[in-house]
Write a protein that binds this ligand. Structure first.
Ligand code: BDP
Length: 327
């Protein structure tokens, strides 16, 4: 009998094989700015492992660490458009596209980190999450990023007057510019990846961040004064593009959501240990750390930031009050 293999038959076969493999194995692409041993990165790997295991490999997730997929503001837009499937973001730079997230970027809004957890796991987190979903980002878990403090290469900061004239890098959001300007400093929004060199070459005098980021980026090598102003407690989120989310089956959505929550619990535990370790590393590396007994003058200096924010966003006053009243 004549061999019946035809090109058409081969193509149909190939297409069927492709369809079968994409239906049986879908890989999500994830963005992360941090180094691989960072608490965020470890938690993202555990998120991926849980999804792969619970879907029997039908759904997998690959995280690209170290910011290799680009800057955070760009990645946030790509998540909204569905170009990226998931990522771990600070709510700080999200404020430019998702107004609700700005509430947690107000200086000194949370009285403590445990209070932040409690509120993010309740009504406040739900309200912010609803705003994110409306704009294409589905939160899966709130991660901890501790409290951010100022560091620079010029002098320790003990009072708001010490910030005067310093050139400080901030994350991309006008709120952080007005925060620094309200103490007569000069604020420069800049990508995270550019900060080390900018401090080293004097483009800026310093920046502000939590101890693990100050340490993991080696910024402590070029900015030796770390002053514990703890002015921002900004939660972070592991989140998914709504475009990718909508393509999942209901069963997969449940698994992804639960894996996200579990990864957040792990991240919060790892965070505590990393903060302590980072403080030791920077001090051993020659950083001078100063605590600030009375943060009152810093809080007072932030009045114009709140006034401007509330007059620009009257609809967010309720959310701001919800946090302040709970505090
Ligand atoms: C770190 C956050 C990261 C930000 C970075 C920054 O975890 O998401 O990109 O600060 O300052 O603490 O840009």
């Amino acid at each position: 009998m004549k061999h019946t293999f035809t090109l058409r038959g081969a193509l149909v076969g190939t297409c069927m094989a492709l369809a079968a493999s994409s239906a049986s194995a879908q890989e999500l692409r994830g963005w992360n700015i941090h180094v691989e041993d960072y608490p965020v990165s470890i938690a993202m790997e555990s998120f991926a492992a849980e999804i792969a295991e619970r879907t029997g490999g039908e759904l997998t997730a690959k995280t690209f660490h170290n910011g290799v997929l680009g800057s955070q503001p760009d990645a946030i837009e790509q998540i909204r458009l569905g170009v990226l499937d998931f990522g771990e973001f600070s709510l700080g730079p999200m404020g430019t596209s998702i107004p609700e997230t700005n509430v947690v970027s107000l200086p000194f809004i949370f009285p403590s980190i445990p209070a932040m957890y409690e509120m993010m796991d309740g009504e406040v987190g739900d309200a912010i999450g609803a705003g994110m979903i409306e704009r294409g980002i589905v939160p899966l878990g709130w991660y901890d990023a501790g409290a951010r403090s100022f560091y620079n290469s010029v002098r320790p900061i003990n009072t708001p007057a010490d910030v005067e004239g310093l050139k400080i890098r901030v994350m991309n959001n006008d709120l952080f510019v007005s925060m620094v300007e309200s103490m007569d400093g000069n604020a420069t929004p800049m990508a995270f990846a550019e900060v080390y060199q900018s401090i080293q070459t004097g483009v800026v005098d310093g920046a502000e961040n939590n101890p693990p980021s100050y340490e993991s980026t080696s910024h402590f090598e070029v900015a030796k004064y770390y002053s514990l102003t703890e002015h921002l407690i900004i939660p972070e989120c592991l989140c998914m593009s709504k475009v990718a989310w909508d393509k999942l089956t209901p069963e997969q959505q449940t698994i992804v959501m639960e894996a996200g929550r579990n990864s957040a619990n792990l991240q919060r535990e790892l965070w505590q240990a990393r903060e302590a370790a980072s403080m030791e590393i920077v001090q051993a590396g020659g950083t001078t750390v100063n605590t600030i007994e009375d943060k009152g003058p810093f809080q007072d200096a932030m009045a114009p930031v709140y006034d401007k924010f509330l007059s620009d966003n009257p609809d967010l006053a309720d959310l701001v009050n919800l946090i302040r009243d709970a505090s």
